[in-house]
Write a protein that binds this ligand. Sequence first.
Ligand code: RNT
Ligand code: ZN
Length: 438
Amino acid sequence: MPDLISSRRAGGPAAGAADPSFALARERYAAAGADVDAALAALAGIAVALHCWQGDDVGGFERAGEAPGGGLAVTGNHPGKARTPDELRADLDKALSLVPGTHRLNLHASYAETGGAAAGGGKVDRDALEPAHFRRWLDWARAKGMGVDFNPTFFAHPLADDGFTLSHPDPEVRAFWVRHGQACRRVGAAFGAALGSPCVTNVWVPDGMKDTPVDRLGPRRRLEASLDAVFADPLDPAVHLDAVEPKLFGIGSESYVVGSHEFYLGYAVRRRGVLMTLDAGHYHPTESIADKLSAVSLSLDRFALHVSRGVRWDSDHVVTLTDDLHAIAQELVRNDLLGRTHLGLDYFDASINRVAAWVIGARNLLKALLAALLEPRERLRRAEAEGDYTTRLALLEEQKTLPLGAVWDHYCESAGVPAGAAWLDEVKAYEWDVLAKR
Ligand code: RNT
Ligand code: ZN
C-alpha cells in the first residue's frame, strides 16, 4: 500500500486517514471474522493483465479496418477507437490510471510495430517477428514497472482464412504457423528477461469446422505435433511460460474445435510446464470455470485465466460483478491459488467507450477478489468441516451485504485512483478531449 500511495498520488491523503465509512466497515468485517488490512495488502499484490485488443476491436496494426476473423466477432461502432500504437498506449494509460494497483499488459503479435528504421522497416510477416518489433511496447511497459504477457496471432491473416493454422492439412501452412509460434516465444522471452517478470505466451488457435467432421483425430494429431515443434526450445521459466487455451466452439467452428478442453488439458499434463488458459467464455453456457480451478490445480502447477463474460455464447462481454465472477475469485482465494494463477481480461465491446470497458472489467475483477479476500475463511471452513451447513449458508448470505463498497473506495483512494463512479468523469473528459477528435 505505501508504494501505491507514493507512486500514484504523492502528497495525497495517507492510507487509513479518518474515513468514517471505512472505519466502520473494517469493524463490521472484523466482527464477521475477516481482516481488512490483510485483505487489502493481498489485493495490492495482485496483477491483472489488461488485454490490448479491447482498445481497437481486435484490429491490430497489420490489416487496417478488417474484422479479426477466426470466429472473433466485435460488435458496435462507438467513436474513438485507437488507430495507432501511440493512441492505443495513450488509451491504456488512461485506463490504468483509473484502476488501483500495478498491472500487466497482454499484447497480441498483430500489434507489432514493424515500420521505422529501428524495427527494420517495411512489412514483416508473422513468422519473421522479432523482439525489435515490440521495442516501443517494451519501453512503455518498463517505464510503468509493468510486466507483459504475449500472444501469437493465429487469425486475421491470409494463411488463417480457411479456418486452420497449426492443424492445417497443408504442411507448408502448418510450418508457417509453427515459425510464428516460435518467433512469438522469442518475443515473449525477451519481454520476460527485460522486465524481470516471466511472460506468459498464450497459444489460442481458431482451428475447427462449421459442420460435423469425419476425421476428428487427424487435426488433433497435427496440432499436437505442431505444438511440440513450437515449444521445442526450452526456455527459462523465470523469463517465459507457455500456455495453451482451449475452446468449446466458435463462429464458423460450431461443430468441432481441434483445441478442445480435453485436448489441451491432456497436452499440458503430458508436457509438464505448459500452462492451460481457462477462458470464462469457452465452455457450455451453464458451465463455470470456477469449479475447474481446484480440479486442474491437482494436475498443473500454474494456469492462466481469461476473465470474460459470455452472454448465451462466447460473446466476450465486459466483465461485470456477477455470481460467476465472485465464484472464480472465491475459488482462487479459498484454495490459495493466486500465486499459481496468471490473471487476464479477455473481452471486446465496441458499443461503449473502450477505455471505460477496460476500467469496468478490471475494477470488477479486483472487487470480486477483494470480496473473496474478505470472507471469514476459517469460520466457513470450520462450519463445513463440522457438517454445520446451516451456518455455512447463513454466513455466506450475510457476507453479501457487508460494506464491501466502503473498503473498495478506501482502497482506490489510497492508491490514488477515483473511488466510486468518479472515474467515469475522467473517461468522459478523455472522450471529449481525445477520442472524439479521432
Ligand atoms: C478466443 C480466445 C482468445 C482471443 C484473443 C484475442 O476465443 O478467447 O483468447 O480472445 O486471443
Ligand atoms: Zn481468451
